[in-house]
Design a binder for this molecule. Structure first.
Ligand SMILES: [Zn+2]
Length: 159
């Protein structure tokens, strides 16, 4: 997110400056070395398998037919595997265990890095407030989508 206009350290305007061979937003104030690196934010994603198949979810505000994986941000000091287990509980009401790390995927469109896990879950689905809908797709019918968390699904399926 390239949203800083003023330096969060001294309040001067940010300007374009070349550092390490890249143009970045940096502080134009004298004696201030602040550089806005704009590093990607890690996001955890879960391929959640229950007996009937994989649980896909539609977030609030998404188009009617768009479904994806459960995702979420890490809390400070939280391990990524713990974060996805927590998100699955908060967003689906399911108790889950991590089966494996599927992979790590850049999501440059959103300046994020997706850390994707496969999980086994049990319980009754109760949607959290961030979600509008869900569906359960049998593994044999699951088709990966060519963006974001879809690459993790493709790897998990061995496609
Ligand atoms: Zn500054």
């Amino acid at each position: 997110m390239n949203s800083f206009i003023f330096c969060p350290r001294c309040g001067n305007k940010l300007v374009d400056r070349e550092t390490d061979g890249r143009v970045r937003r940096a502080c134009g104030g004298e004696g201030c070395n602040f550089v806005h690196y704009d590093n990607p934010l890690p996001v955890v994603a879960g391929i959640v398998e229950i007996e009937a198949g994989v649980v896909l979810v539609r977030s609030q505000g998404w188009p009617e037919k768009m479904f994806g994986l459960v995702t979420g941000f890490l809390e400070r000091d939280e391990a990524s595997a713990d974060a996805i287990v927590r998100e699955v509980q908060e967003e689906l009401g399911l108790i889950s265990t991590v089966e494996k790390l599927v992979g790590v995927y850049p999501f440059t469109m959103r300046n994020e890095v997706i850390i994707a896990y496969a999980l086994r879950a049990t319980g009754t689905i109760v949607l959290g407030s961030e979600l509008a809908d869900y569906r359960v797709v049998p593994k044999a019918k699951l088709r990966p989508w060519p963006m974001g968390t879809g690459f993790a699904v493709a790897d998990w399926l061995g496609a």
